[in-house]
Design a protein around this ligand. Structure first.
Ligand code: PMP
Ligand code: GLU
Length: 397
């Protein structure tokens, strides 16, 4: 059967693929250490779980309004007020089945065939694929390690064309962990001001910050409110990846177009998961600080360990839970006659030889790097780094 061109040209999610490959090998009894996971390894805090159970017991097992129940919308409005200091009405927010779904709805709502979206690299794997899936054109604005993976106004300016419809900002970033400060965001906002361009601000890692303060483009430039769509969710902050609740806040017309699209595709996000998300966002927040503290310790352990490996260099990420070392020093090296050409070869070699699963940088637009998630135990980090070091020592030039 001939599948659609859309389906045929879409790349599968590399982050999901490597995580499920590591899980599968583990289930087969292989001693794999997985650094692939893009999700907290903690259990969802009990109070959140209880809220969902109560919701089920209360019979909240039916459709809700498409963009979320009034209680969920109220919680999103409160969350954004508390976290960003910005006021939105219930009509300016909407919930979907995870932030990934929120982003997809946004691209569906704003892009026509050929419209361009500027995506700074390295980028999360799903942005260019989603843009292309709805007929848009991803325009990659390369931001190198020389810029500390931080978008500059000049790089943005150079990527903008008359067809630019939107830009994506993801700070702290997946995969680099780099975070834009208020000053840089204000400079980026100047490029947007006066232009008919939307900013999609994916702030899914905004609570997972280890140095400095999270800033959003809207706190840096409040006058951009009619051009910015904030994307956030409960997956990462509250260890709720399986619950599938994400949301957006932005101009009413875009929000209502997203709800129209969602109303003809998935309808509302799961009713009782919504109740868990309400508890997460407006309930006691100490669970977040506890998780951040643990991630912070692991971050240092992993990054210091990686930097001790010959020819590996890794910046200290400011946020999220990923390290993104450069491994280009091993390109051209050989193992058993096979030449390591890029991060895909290195990731395959590490899985085969060291039984360590990492995500190659190539699907993030950075073939010289690889991504390791530190949402795993200290023991796994120590053992995993040791395995990587030993495997790299076997490579020959
Ligand atoms: N944005 C980024 C940058 C991410 O890393 C993720 C992780 N999956 C998402 C959005 C989507 O998160 P979710 O769909 O679980 O809410
Ligand atoms: N965002 C996470 C990651 O980058 C989860 C997997 C995914 O949705 O891409 O690994």
């Amino acid at each position: 059967m001939k599948l659609s061109n859309r389906a045929e040209s879409l790349k599968p999610s590399a982050t999901l693929a490597i995580t499920s490959k590591a899980k599968q090998l583990k289930a087969e009894g292989v001693d794999v250490i997985g650094f692939g996971a893009g999700e907290p390894d903690f259990a969802t805090p009990p109070k959140i779980v209880e809220a969902a159970i109560e919701s089920l017991k209360a019979g909240e097992t039916h459709y809700t309004p498409v963009g979320g129940s009034p209680a969920l919308k109220e919680a999103i409005v409160k969350f954004i007020k508390r976290e960003y200091g910005i006021d939105y009405s219930a009509a300016e927010v909407t919930a979907s089945c995870g932030a990934k779904h929120t982003l997809y709805n946004i691209f569906m709502a704003i892009l026509d065939e050929g419209d361009e979206v500027v995506i700074p690299s390295p980028y999360w794997v799903s942005y260019p694929e989603q843009v292309a899936l709805v007929g848009g054109v991803p325009v990659i604005a390369e931001v190198g390690e020389e810029e500390d993976f931080l978008l500059t106004p000049e790089i943005l300016e150079a990527a903008i064309t008359p067809k630019t419809k939107a830009i994506v900002i993801n700070s702290p970033s997946n995969p680099s962990g780099a975070m834009l400060d208020g000053e840089r965001l204000a400079a980026i906002a100047k490029v947007i001001e006066g232009r008919d361009i939307l900013v999609i601000s994916d702030d899914i890692y905004h609570k997972l910050v280890y140095e400095g303060e999270f800033a959003s483009i809207l706190t840096a430039a409040p006058s951009l409110k009619d051009k910015v769509i904030i994307v956030n969710g409960v997956s990462k902050t509250y260890a709720m990846t399986g619950w599938r609740i994400g949301f957006a806040a932005g101009p009413k017309e875009i929000i209502s177009a997203m709800e129209k699209i969602q109303g003809q595709s998935t309808s509302n996000p799961t009713s009782f998961a919504q109740k868990g998300a309400v508890e997460a966002m407006v309930g006691d927040q100490t669970c977040v600080a506890d998780m951040v503290e643990i991630f912070k310790k692991r971050r240092k352990l992993l990054v210091d360990g990686l930097n001790e490996i010959d020819k590996v260099s890794c910046q200290m990420p400011t946020g999220a839970f990923y390290a993104f070392p450069s491994i280009a020093g091993y390109f051209g090296a050989k193992f058993g006659g096979k030449v390591m050409k890029d991060s895909m070869d290195i990731a395959a070699f590490l899985l085969e030889e060291a039984k360590v699963a990492v995500v190659p940088g190539t699907p993030f637009g950075a073939p010289t790097n690889m991504r390791l998630s530190y949402a795993t135990s200290e023991k796994n980090i120590i053992d995993g780094v040791k395995r990587i070091k030993e495997a790299f020592a076997k490579l020959e030039f």
